[in-house]
Design a protein around this ligand. Structure first.
Ligand code: NAP
Length: 285
């Protein structure tokens, strides 16, 4: 049970956790914090938080758990603002989509790798953002990856694990670098492809006609190109090396397909599609 949860960044991710913990009766009081009082007032009106503060240091005072769910580029400033105001038993976790950059941000802000910090990443979300998009079932049956450092207090990790489990999630632990490589492949690369494809089509002169005749396949494949541009810009910067390695590898595979089409190599084309179909069908179980 968490007595006082402070959510810094009450958007899709932070708002959904607050809603889930309230629904589970796992939290006593929820304080929201961010830059914009109108956004926080909205969160309070929706019943997601009990009260709010735009001063991050005073918001974390007396909190036993702090979730930092802001864009990756804002993490360091948030850690710098809160570090001296945390209570002695407070635990801080985050929801950032890349983990090495967040560990670097907390180190830059505090000058150490704090025992009270448990890096985390819920593998759940939608292409919507803001507190209006949050809902309590977001984490039901979904994975949350924790990447505790060698310095992270084991009791702090247990407390964060229990919090996500109370929200309905299945918690896994992973090393920071491994997390960033896995997510570059499974999440960051597909988002790059969707953004690049839609941007490329939108620039074509006949774009009106292209979008007019776009069907279900286009809709399915490109839905994630509606995701928040600021959040995804920050993910590219934060997970640059792992993402570049995935893009390079994928470019090679795309060249392979292009070459097969150019050579009218029907066997190769069929083999690529059959392998892809088998893998995709297995994913759905
Ligand atoms: P969101 O809905 O846009 O919410 C972000 C929140 O951060 C907003 O409430 C914003 O409020 C606040 N914020 C932005 N800059 C800030 C700053 N400098 N200081 C304090 N607060 C600030 O975004 P989200 O989708 O919840 O994503 C939050 C985090 O979760 C990101 O790190 C993202 O990588 C990660 N994540 C997202 C997903 C997803 O699918 N969306 C999935 C997993 C993880 P104000 O405008 O009032 O400041």
């Amino acid at each position: 049970m968490i007595e006082r949860l402070c959510v810094i960044g009450v958007g899709l991710i932070g708002g959904s956790l607050a809603r889930a913990l309230r629904a589970a009766g796992y939290v006593g009081e929820v304080v929201g914090a961010s830059r914009n009082a109108a956004h926080l007032q909205k969160a309070q009106d929706l019943g997601v938080i009990d009260h709010y503060d735009t001063d991050l240091a005073s918001a974390v005072k007396d909190a036993d758990m702090v979730l930092v769910s802001v864009p990756l580029g804002a993490m360091e400033a948030v850690f710098a603002a809160i570090q001296d105001a945390l209570g002695p038993d407070a635990v801080v976790t985050d929801a950032g989509s890349a983990k090495a950059s967040v560990v670097a941000a907390v180190q830059a802000a505090t000058g150490e790798t704090p025992a009270w910090f448990v890096p985390g990443h819920p593998i759940a979300g939608t292409e919507q953002s803001g507190v209006e998009a949050s809902f309590p079932e977001l984490y039901q049956g979904r994975r949350v990856i924790l990447t505790p450092t060698e310095q992270t207090d084991a009791a702090a990790t247990r407390k964060v694990r229990a919090m996500w489990e109370a929200a309905g999630a299945v918690v896994k632990e992973m090393e920071v670098g491994h997390h960033d490589e896995v997510l570059a492949a499974t999440s960051h690369l597909p988002h790059m492809l969707a953004f690049a494809l839609v941007e490329s089509l939108a620039r074509m002169s006949e774009q009106r006609e292209i979008f007019e005749y776009a069907a279900g396949g286009f809709r399915d494949f490109t839905r994630i190109a509606s995701s928040d541009p600021v959040m995804w810009r920050d993910i590219c910067v934060a997970n640059r090396d792992a993402l570049l390695a995935m893009l390079k590898s994928f470019r090679g595979d795309l060249d392979d397909l292009s070459a097969a089409i150019e050579k009218r190599d029907e066997d190769r084309i069929l083999a690529i599609f059959q392998d892809a179909k088998a893998a995709r069908d297995a994913f759905d179980g």
